[in-house]
Design a protein. Structure first.
Length: 227
């Protein structure tokens, strides 16, 4: 009888110790799913392609699955021909070596390792170290819309990090476009240095900004709402 009690006691202690020391399978699975979901979020990364090879980088990344790329381009017009003058439109990257890539963090690091000589993360200081520059989907969508539809968004001007602060963007000038092809896009509608009329300015954090003259459209004031 005593042996049976001791055996039962040992079994109970074994079960309790196992429950305490071994993670619950359901909780472990839930945490694993959470990590998988986090790893699967697609984000826009600012990337550099040394020696002006940004177009080559895009061609390489097109072969990868679940990857989107974007190079900010500016349209240039010039007259060509001697006898018969014709207008020729060409596009060139706004900033040499710059491209944006959208994918998951895991995929980005794998591609970076695979194409290390062609693409590099653009970094910014954080504390004592550095971190990759990540652009929110909302800001990137507005930036792509403005820089892609250059018939509706004209006289584009681009500003690098050291020039953005000089624009004097005001929180009370932030608006959301209420109609047309840019509906839902947010930016700043105000005069900037060097322009007589108001411009719609889209800013990617403090990394890059674009100002454009838009065709007639309605704006919804977002007074006092800052980023």
């Amino acid at each position: 009888m005593l042996n049976r009690c001791n055996s039962l006691k040992d079994s109970v202690l074994h079960i309790l110790q196992g429950a305490k020391g071994t993670p619950n399978r359901q909780e472990s699975t839930r945490n694993s799913k959470k990590r998988m979901t986090s790893d699967g979020i697609r984000k826009w990364y600012a990337m550099s392609s040394p020696y002006g090879r940004e177009r080559m980088a895009v061609e390489l990344l097109k072969k990868e699955s679940d990857v989107d790329t974007y190079i900010p381009m500016k349209r240039y017009e010039r007259m060509v021909g001697r006898k018969k003058r014709e207008r020729k439109i060409t596009e060139r990257p706004v900033i040499r070596n710059l491209l944006f890539v959208q994918s998951t963090e895991q995929k980005m690091r794998a591609m970076k390792a695979k194409h290390n000589s062609v693409i590099q993360f653009k970094m910014r200081r954080k504390g004592d170290g550095y971190e990759p520059i990540i652009v929110s989907n909302k800001d990137m969508e507005a930036f792509i819309a403005i820089t892609t539809h250059q018939d509706a968004a004209t006289d584009l001007k681009f500003f690098k990090p050291n020039e953005i602060e000089q624009l004097g963007l005001r929180p009370e000038a932030k608006v959301r476009i209420a109609d047309g092809i840019f509906e839902g896009k947010e930016g700043y509608y105000q005069r900037i240095k060097g322009s007589r009329s108001k411009r719609f300015v889209v800013k990617i954090d403090n990394f890059l900004a674009c100002a454009a003259v838009l065709a007639e459209c309605k704006y919804i004031q977002l007074s006092g709402e800052d980023e």
